[in-house]
Design a protein around this ligand. Sequence first.
Ligand code: COA
Ligand code: NAP
Length: 263
Amino acid sequence: MTTFRDGLLAGKVAFVAGGTSGINLGIAKRFAQLGASVAVCGRDPEKAQRAAEAIGGRALGLSADVRDFGAIRGALETAVDRFGKLDIVVAGAAGNFLAPALGMSANAFKTVVDIDLLGTFNTLRACHDLLKLPGASLIAITAGQADQAMALQIHACAAKAGVNQVVRTLAIEWGPDVRVNGISPGPIAGTEGMDRLAPMAGMREASESRIPMKRWGEIEEIAEAAVFLCSPAAAYITGTILDVDGGSSVGDAGRMDMAKGIG
Ligand code: COA
Ligand code: NAP
């Protein structure tokens, strides 16, 4: 993809929580391609190391659980020790599984809320006094479940709805020096998230038929949106949730296929 000019993020330092695989790793790679120094962080230290090697350059792979404020603060401080400052933070760590409310223990519900919602708060709260101001840019990775109730997803629906309000509240409290936005990806191909949410044959096709753009998205398409939100082109954008979902959040396009038979 050649949508942004080389060197756009030269001199910037980015920390990506949950950046050791999937969508967030794609974001971290794109930041690095455009010149940023990047630290990625997940629970598994070996996975974090592999991610840093995949990013290349001076990338740093760190280990911390976002549910533990002290641990994520420590990882952020390590990144600042290495790179000297912090300009961009992505709060992207998440956990998910399909389960009906009646098949979910209180701890199962709490686990996802703690990773997604508390983890987002912890990451953004812990980074604030490390940020280079003004001009810092924070991004939370949310999901359509925040607005669209979804069976078997009560934990993620509750958690991501909270994430959206964390974004909006921090945008108010931390403006004008820090911009805080969310990205809400649609179903993204080749990710752990979709392996978990659409595990059976035929589910992808059924899902794609209901999306206005008629396809799942690519990791790189989310990464481009993240670059945009961190770039000067988004200088007046804060407190927004950017849907990068092929129109999924607008409505169900499945009826258009039915209409072809009618029309
Ligand atoms: N259905 C119902 N409950 C489930 C479940 C499932 N499929 N998977 C886990 N749980 C429950 C566990 O039974 C446990 O509850 P209990 O103590 O009452 O038995 C609770 O959730 C916590 O499970 P645990 O395995 O201890 O959590 P963890 O903190 O080690 O891992 C998960 C968190 C469960 C979210 C794990 O799947 C994970 O690490 N996911 C990260 C990757 C991911 O989900 N990627 C997609 C991002 S969208
Ligand atoms: P993924 O590959 O499973 O990535 C999850 C990342 O979070 C990994 O780096 C993981 O590393 C880390 N992580 C998980 N629990 C953590 C914890 N407690 N503390 C610290 N790090 C933790 O997932 P993905 O599918 O790419 O999803 C990435 C983000 O996009 C998530 O926020 C998800 O909700 C959102 N999203 C995804 C889709 C999709 O189609 N996939 C759609 C909408 C929104 P460790 O396991 O080593 O900790």
